[in-house]
Design a protein around this ligand. Structure first.
Ligand code: 13P
Length: 392
């Protein structure tokens, strides 16, 4: 993207973060990576008055080019962009609920599964350091380790992302989580989801665009677009002309998990959408042209593989220690970023949930070992041929 578009993008992002209520006044700042450095908002300039040439270009060595001074927070923008190659955008806000928690030096624990939008099982809060300092930048980097967001003690929120849109989306989600958490705290510390539950959420989010869950708990009712259903109907049509139809076809399968037809007696069960190419491997999921959002439904990994992936996912970081109610000493060197540690569940319902969450993972997949023959493959053709000839 050209610098002109990036400058414009920074201004639009700032205006949107104020319009949406994520930020107010000239609090907050935004930067975007460019070759060798970044473009960053100037300090203390009203966003609605900001023009492209007000944005400051700064190299990673701290030299800058522009008609204003950079944001006072240029250090953490520079340090994050320098150290995190996965990041293009750094967005800082003083959003109300995140800041409310940050004033107590409380992060956001796994009280709700959506904390995974920050890349892990909690969102940390850094210790306090004065705005604009290298100390604050160091704390921010530490609190952002393996995460895409953190709270800054007694200050606000930092979100990192690859695009402006994702940064705004993530900041909005996290501010909403902070609001929910503050409300939840009004009736006591909510019990946290455990590491295994959070690992499953993180894996599920990794595998899909949100809303298109892979069938990790193997209920086998993944949604499919109408276009696939219509294609299946066309392929299945010859079966309907038979004089003695076999029993109603089972729910059509869209993945390689489809059961192999028992002794080739029901070719209708092997039906597949039109335009199915013979997959390279007999047990590979058929490649079906479907809208992007349907992809998760068409080619989920086997349940076994999904569970194995969850099991082998890097262990989610342990929830941090219980927040000490004692105000921490500001002078303590290099304090660790922390997340509020919820207390053990006290109510009967909470205890029941805690016990339930300890039960073993869902039973392993019972999917047949031998996959259905790939549509179009030699074995598929011979199965269909054998079945049809027996019916003549
Ligand atoms: P700047 O206007 O210098 O970017 O500062 C705003 C801010 O939020 C400091 O943390």
């Amino acid at each position: 993207m050209s610098h002109k578009k990036l400058r414009q993008g920074i201004i639009e992002t700032c205006i949107e973060m104020n319009r949406s209520g994520l930020n107010q006044g000239t609090s907050g700042n935004v930067s975007h990576r460019v070759e060798g450095g970044m473009l960053v908002t100037p300090t203390s300039l009203a966003y609605e008055r900001m023009k492209n040439d007000d944005i400051v270009e700064m190299a990673f060595d701290g030299t800058y080019d522009g008609k204003h001074r950079t944001s006072s927070e240029w250090r953490f923008h520079r340090d994050i962009l320098k150290n995190r190659q996965d990041v293009n955008v750094v967005l800082h806000t003083h959003s109300v609920y995140c800041t409310t928690l940050a004033t107590h030096e409380r992060g956001i624990p796994a009280f709700h599964y959506m904390v995974a939008v920050a890349g892990g099982s909690d969102i940390r809060c850094s210790p306090y350091a004065c705005f604009g300092t290298q100390e604050l930048s160091n704390y921010a980097l530490e609190a952002l380790k393996d995460r895409t967001a953190c709270l800054l003690g007694h200050h606000g929120l930092i979100v990192v992302a690859d695009t402006f849109e994702t940064a705004l989306w993530r900041a909005t989600e996290i501010e909403t989580l902070a609001k929910m958490y503050v409300h939840a705290l009004a009736i006591g510390e909510p019990p946290p989801l455990n590491d295994k539950e959070m690992a499953q959420v993180i894996e599920q989010m990794r595998r899909m665009s949100y809303g298109q869950a892979p069938d990790l708990d193997k209920v086998k009712d993944a949604p499919k677009p109408l276009s696939v259903k219509a294609a299946e109907t066309v392929i299945a049509a010859p079966v309907v002309t038979e004089t003695k139809p076999t029993k109603a076809p089972a729910e059509p399968k869209t993945s390689a998990k489809a059961k192999a037809p028992a002794k080739a007696k029901a070719p209708a069960k092997v039906k597949a959408p039109a335009k199915v190419k013979a997959p390279a491997k007999a047990d590979a999921p058929a490649k079906v042209k479907v809208p992007a959002q349907a992809k998760a439904a068409v080619k989920p990994a086997t349940v076994k593989a999904a569970l194995a992936a969850v099991d082998s996912a890097p262990a989610a970081p342990k929830t941090a220690k219980a927040p000490t109610r004692k105000a921490p000493s500001r002078k303590a060197p290099a304090r660790k970023a922390k997340t509020a540690k919820p207390k053990a569940p006290r109510t009967a319902a909470a205890k029941a949930k805690a016990t339930a969450s300890k039960k073993p993972a869902a039973a392993k997949s019972t999917a047949p070992k031998s996959p259905a023959p790939a549509v179009g493959s030699a074995s598929f053709k011979s199965l269909v041929g054998a079945a049809l000839s027996r019916r003549k």
